[in-house]
Design a protein around this ligand. Structure first.
Ligand code: NAP
Length: 442
């Protein structure tokens, strides 16, 4: 089987498609989508993406500073006049409740999320407003689950964190592999491994979020392999899921692989997807499903040495960040909040995520997700904006049906709907023919 990416549609064609899809949000609220944190480095890119691709959707930009929001709206070209502006500080619960009452979907890029996200999510849950964001702060996501899972699932409100580069390629890719195996072989997937190649820069907001996790003493929970799993779904062999710390040569990928710095975020999200799916008798993930991911270094002795050096450096760096002095030093060199890579550097970036899934009979499936542009900015913007549009426009096609909700993952909350939207937006997401594992004895 081959799922070929469809050719990128023209902007005009996508505008029609965005609005012609079944299940478009009914006009009971003033806006379909509100972009919160729109004046930030990623937030401005989400506003530009909506201006280009949202067609007739009714949307607004929101944040804490009215003057900055006004200046941003003025950059949005022809659509500017019909884009709403909402001022609401992240500490103002009343203003956030009013904001959440006006939209079907809130997209937030205001981070660190542990500082600026909790009241907004509470307002969305209270007002039954669907929510997506680009956090990678898994200890904060754990708190959201503990506070809101019950109410959001009762009400059918989809609260979907981690809809940026962390963790959509991992989560959607693992689900695509598992789903393809189930559809074609009738067997669930026992394991998926992923390897990433990336070219991109660092945002000040991302660095600030990482520092906030370290400084708030959440480093330990960040390291738990099943941090985001529902209670009673943590396997007894937890140690076999530990984050990799040394490089290895992988025969399936024909390459040297090492620990990926985003693995401790993405793996938790994928494991939550598998656990949430396990209530379904036809879950594509096996009961003892394993997921792991790596950074790809290539072939040969140079790649092996680079993998060894980078893995050691990453281990040393992560340990050093436990100490205040090392963090103060890092802050001197990292970009400040609001800053990020240059336009040129973002346009020159890119990523490729290759995944291999396996069932118990040894059938293999290969999935590739890739795109041009800085992953933490261009891909993140595309991921989160398409996720928000899916919630606004494609409600009736979403996994679980219209009454399904909870603190979800990209795969459990958006699934194939998001895959189709991303392909239509020009991203590569494809599944290569299923084959037998040649290394297994017959
Ligand atoms: N998943 C991914 O791949 C990915 C990629 C990039 C970034 N991120 C995450 O996204 C977040 C934003 O990154 P960024 O680079 O865009 O950061 P940024 O430029 O520093 O933006 C932060 C945003 O938060 C807003 N904010 C700050 N204090 C606020 C308050 N009291 N009330 C309301 N809003 C407030 C800022 O508003 P002002 O403009 O008024 O200052 C700004 O809009 C970070 O958490 C980062 O880790 C994730």
């Amino acid at each position: 089987m081959a799922l070929k990416p469809s050719a990128p549609k023209s902007t005009a064609a996508r505008k029609v498609a965005a609005n012609a899809m079944p299940g478009a949000a009914e006009s009971t609220r003033r806006y379909d989508v509100i972009l919160y944190g729109a004046t930030g480095f990623v937030g401005k890119q989400t506003a530009a993406y909506f201006a280009e691709n949202a067609g007739e959707l009714r949307w607004a930009i929101a944040g804490r500073d009215g003057a900055k929001l006004g200046a941003l709206r003025a950059t949005l070209g022809l659509v500017a006049a019909r884009v709403g502006v909402i001022v609401a500080d992240a500490t103002d619960a009343k203003a956030l409740t009013q904001l959440a009452s006006q939209a079907h979907v809130v997209l937030s890029s205001a981070g660190p999320f542990a500082l600026y996200g909790s009241r907004l999510v509470a307002a969305c849950v209270a007002r039954r407003t669907h929510y997506v964001d680009i956090t990678g702060e898994t200890p904060w996501v754990r708190k959201l689950i503990d506070r809101h899972q019950r109410q959001a699932s009762t009400d059918g409100t989809r609260i979907i964190p981690c809809c940026g580069f962390d963790s959509i390629p991992s989560d959607l890719g693992a689900w695509m592999a598992a789903d393809a195996l189930m559809q074609q072989t009738g067997e669930p997937c026992v394991s998926v491994k992923a390897c990433f190649s990336i070219r991109g820069g660092l945002n000040g907001g991302t660095f600030a979020s990482l520092m906030n996790v370290m400084e708030s003493g959440e480093g330990e929970s960040f390291r738990q392999p099943f941090l985001l799993n529902p209670t009673r779904s943590v396997p007894s062999d937890e140690s076999s899921h530990a984050d990799p710390i040394v490089p290895h040569h992988d025969a399936d990928f024909s390459a040297w692989l090492g620990p990926f710095f985003m693995g401790p975020i993405n793996t938790r999200v994928v494991r939550r997807s598998a656990a949430l799916s396990s209530v379904d008798a036809k879950s594509p993930y096996a009961h003892d499903f394993h997921y792991q991911e790596y950074l790809r270094f290539g072939r040969g002795i140079t790649a092996a040495m680079t993998a060894a050096g980078m893995s050691a450096g990453m281990g040393i760096g992560q340990n050093a960040m436990r100490f205040g002095m090392a963090r103060r030093l890092a802050k001197m060199f990292a970009p400040a909040p609001g800053k990020g890579p240059s336009e040129r550097s973002m346009n020159g970036g890119g990523f490729r995520c290759e995944l291999i899934g396996k069932n118990a009979s040894g059938d293999l499936v290969h999935v590739t997700i890739a795109d041009q542009g800085d992953p933490g900015n261009r891909a993140t913007t595309k991921f989160v904006c398409e996720a928000a549009m899916a919630l606004a426009v494609n409600q009736k096609s979403l996994p679980g049906g219209t009454s399904f909700g909870g603190v979800l993952t990209p795969a459990s909350g958006l699934g194939s709907v998001l895959v189709k939207r991303l392909v239509a937006a020009g991203m590569r997401l494809d599944i290569r023919t299923i084959e037998k594992d040649a290394s297994r004895p017959r």
